[in-house]
Design a protein around this ligand. Structure first.
Ligand code: SF4
Length: 643
């Protein structure tokens, strides 16, 4: 039986374990990326490992929070540049673009492996790369040359047939996939896109699709490396890294989903989840207030040329605030030179910096109770910065059509021809904002007052008492746990950032945790399904760890967050019994027995002193992960000689 593309890459990088779905494997990592929101912590962690330089091709991007409304971000950027200089890391300056778009343009290579401290790292799967979002601690370990451990995924083949109809876009394909697979229940799964329809898509279109695999919680998404890949790499002056990389003709998959592109229509993900998908036609001309084009999902050269062509000679509806954030400086420069930017500006658009910005709640918060259409990938409640706003996710085509009319508008109803827009034969190549690694050991790393030390944990005690500090429901995202936006600037200072843990869900959470710890009692988080959805923000584990959280009890936990919990010595426990969730309440006092025997069995008996009942809770961790939790996290595990 033939092999999938994913298994071919895993096989060529395998250093530990067997390629059997569900088993723990260790793979060699070729490349790493970080962004500023998680980068500082990843590099602080790397520094504690005591190496002279990184062993991987590594890139440090500054794209998430470039607002300089205080010293904090500027301090972080300087720290990141000094670390890059000292340890042999490329440094992509603020303004050079969003990490995933720039990585696809300038670094991603077919057949290689990439881990990035950002959940949308699988965007580079558009070039036939095995790319995964992970926590900063795992990036630090990979830069140090340690194998990256993951659950060998089951692979779903998404077979695309037909071709995209007029005014339908790659975004509509991935929203269709989201409507099928949803945002829950895909842990341990990878998506492999093949078929004649896949072959018609350009690399930037493929990047939109692999990018939003993150919303489904899959391990990664990948396209084959074919002639389209070669064309793109050639246009970026990187043809030499191209190699053909395809699945065997008789490749075996765990599941096959066929999508006929001919039947596709413009789609929209409605509030507050990317899988709440409807057709644009169903939105029935509802009035809108704000439209934003940008983010790592839809701000490629092609996206912006479509935007410009649709806007040329037209004006944005007076009731709509319309903003455009080009995904990279390369693209911004190109549309500035060819006149497309002038058409966008003339329509009444606001031109935003080439950063994540509005996508991560740093600017462009919509007005109260407004309807915002965005081309990015997440529409979680409050992520825009305005809790009452209703954020809808759409393609660039739908975004512009709606911005022109002031209402949800199916772009197929517009009399515009965009079929002539093609990718350039050669992109403008200027890497002057990517500072080459110097590996200069004489560099003194400047640490402003915003840069703290990475906090460490203690070993897991054998017996302890803990209180339920918070009880939450389904689909709690890392944004709920550690909000971004204005709080993001505290990312390098855990004692300060931890004060905002769950601040929009339970404002006194941090104080409750601190008071319990002062009384010799640890803390526990109780959640239901799909806890820790969304970003790879390791602060969502690190800050709770700092506040004395020892365990998360849930029905299910998302992959990256589960790894982050383990990395910081927090034990994930699963409720086997639905009714156990109902029997746990905030402030309940729980007695934990964490003996070696319980760790070995993976079943923990926990007594609820408040209710007088006992539960059996199961951990999904493998033996290596259990050792990491017992050690109090990965840094301690490595210090004790763990591999
Ligand atoms: Fe940046 Fe948004 Fe993409 Fe995250 S999802 S990398 S915040 S643009």
């Amino acid at each position: 039986m033939g092999k999938s593309l994913i298994y071919k890459i895993l096989e060529s990088h395998l250093v530990e374990g067997n390629l059997v779905a569900g088993e723990d494997i260790g793979i060699k990592i070729d490349q790493t990326l970080t962004q500023d929101a998680l980068g500082t912590m990843a590099y602080l962690e790397f520094e504690t490992l005591g190496l002279d330089r990184v062993t991987t091709l590594s890139v440090s991007y500054v794209d998430h929070n470039t607002l300089q409304d205080g010293f904090e971000n500027a301090d972080d950027h300087k720290y990141l540049q000094d670390v890059a200089n000292k340890y042999g890391i490329y440094y992509s300056k603020a303004g050079n673009g969003i990490c995933h778009q720039v990585h696809v343009e300038r670094f991603a290579c077919p057949g290689q492996t990439l881990v990035g401290s950002d959940s949308h790292t699988p965007t580079s799967g558009s070039l036939g790369m095995f790319a995964m979002g992970v926590g900063g601690m795992d990036v630090a370990a990979s830069m140090a040359g340690k194998p990256f451990h993951l659950v060998c995924p089951r692979v779903i083949n998404i077979k695309l047939i037909g071709s995209l109809p007029r005014m339908c876009a790659a975004k509509d394909i991935v929203l269709k996939v989201l409507s099928i697979l949803t945002t829950k229940g895909n842990v341990g799964t990878a998506l492999e896109y093949t078929g004649e329809g896949a072959a018609t898509l350009t690399v930037p279109q493929r990047a939109t699709i692999t990018n939003m695999g993150a919303e489904m919680g899959v391990t990664t998404s990948i396209f084959e490396s074919d002639e389209k890949t070669k064309e793109f790499l050639k246009s970026q002056g990187r043809e030499e890294v191209w190699k053909p990389f395809v699945a065997d003709i008789d490749a075996e998959y765990d599941e096959v989903i066929v999508i006929n592109l001919d039947e596709l229509v413009p789609m929209v993900a409605c509030p507050h989840s990317p899988d709440n998908v409807k057709t644009v036609a169903e939105m029935n001309q509802i009035d809108i207030d704000q439209v934003l084009v940008g983010s790592c999902t839809n701000s490629s050269y092609h996206d912006l040329m479509v935007v410009a062509a649709m806007l040329k000679g037209r004006k944005i509806n007076p009731n709509v605030s319309f903003g455009v954030a080009p995904g990279s400086r390369q693209v911004l420069e190109m549309i500035a030179k060819n006149g497309a930017l002038a058409d966008i500006v003339a329509s009444g658009a606001r031109i935003l910096e080439s950063t994540c910005g509005f996508c991560v709640g740093c600017g462009q918060a919509p007005r109260t109770k407004s309807i915002s259409l965005r081309t990015n990938n997440r529409n979680y409640e409050g992520r825009s910065g305005t809790k009452s706003a209703l954020v809808h996710l759409v393609s660039a085509e739908t975004a512009v059509a709606s911005a022109l009319t002031g209402k949800f508008t199916d772009p197929r109803t517009l009399d515009v021809d965009i079929s002539h827009i093609e990718l350039p034969e050669i992109y403008d190549i200027d890497d002057s904002m990517i500072i080459k690694p110097m590996c200069n050991h004489q560099v003194t790393i400047l640490r402003g007052p915003n840069i703290g030390e990475p906090p460490t944990n203690t070993m897991m005690p054998e017996h302890f008492t803990a209180k339920v500090a918070i009880k939450v429901g389904d689909k709690i995202t890392t944004d709920h746990i550690m909000p971004a936006g204005p709080y993001l600037k505290f990312r390098s200072n855990v004692p300060v950032y931890s004060n905002y843990t769950f601040c929009h869900v339970k404002p006194d959470f941090a104080n409750i945790c601190k008071s319990n710890v002062a009384n010799g009692i640890f803390n526990v988080i109780v959640a239901h399904e799909s806890y820790g959805q969304g970003s790879s923000r390791e602060h969502a584990a690190l800050c709770p760890m700092y506040l004395g959280v020892k365990a998360v009890i849930a029905k299910s936990i998302e992959r990256i967050h589960m790894d982050n919990l383990v990395n910081f010595g927090i034990l994930p426990l699963f409720l086997e019994n639905e009714s156990d969730y109902e029997l746990l309440d905030e402030n309940d006092e729980l007695l934990f027995n964490m003996s070696n025997d319980e760790f070995r069995r993976g079943i923990f008996t926990i007594k609820n002193n408040t209710k007088g009942v006992t539960y059996n809770l199961k951990t999904p961790l493998n033996n290596r992960q259990k050792e990491i939790v017992k050690a109090g996290g990965k840094l301690n595990f490595f210090k004790n000689g763990g591999k």
